[in-house]
Design a protein around this ligand. Structure first.
Ligand code: PNS
Length: 165
């Protein structure tokens, strides 16, 4: 069975992330989306909420069949340790513009050094999402902008609630 882990902050999950999940599920038998507990950054949503939003968005956007092959978990520590624990053969990451490449290349090389048996597989995000990021989504949400093209509906609703107070 080909199992891959897709790590990230997902604060919050965007339509770009969902697009990567949709592409990766075609290539792998199971995909574990792993939400990082980041102790350095103050998140907009707690890790449990981020995971819950991914689960709901996957079911709503990709359907029940896709959702059955996708698991969402939270993790603290190294991605490669989680990948080994899960028995994953690959780490999935999305690439948007060229500007992502340098950082992703460094992470992929370091992860390979830590775990030579695990490869990083990149999926190119669809052009519609090429300039989308969670941080820009947070900024637009804070000023009440229309998020419908950027994030799944469940996320847009949750962000609106947050900023309505
Ligand atoms: O969504 P993000 O914030 O771009 O995801 C970054 C992430 C979670 C993939 C990266 O920070 C990560 O893998 N963190 C876990 C710690 C780790 O394994 N670090 C070693 C990579 S060199």
């Amino acid at each position: 069975m080909r199992l891959a882990v897709y790590p990230g902050s997902f604060d919050p999950v965007t339509r770009g992330h969902i697009d990567v999940i949709d592409r990766a599920r075609v290539v792998f038998d199971r995909l574990v989306v792993a939400v990082l507990v980041n102790t350095r950054k103050q998140p907009t949503f707690e890790v449990e909420v981020r995971a819950e939003l991914i689960e709901q968005a996957v079911a709503a956007e990709l359907g029940a069949e896709a959702a059955a092959a996708i698991e969402v978990t939270t993790f603290h520590g190294l991605t490669v340790d989680l990948a080994r624990e899960l028995g994953a053969t690959s780490i999935v990451r999305g690439l948007r513009a060229l500007s992502d490449f340098e950082n992703e290349q460094a992470i992929a090389h370091l992860n390979r050094q830590l775990a030579p048996e695990i490869d990083t597989v990149f999926f190119m995000t669809g052009i519609a999402h090429a300039y989308l990021s969670s941080s820009l989504v947070r900024e637009i949400a804070a000023f009440g902008g229309d998020l419908s093209a950027m994030v799944p509906d469940v996320v847009a609703r949750r962000l609106e609630e947050l900023h309505r107070g």
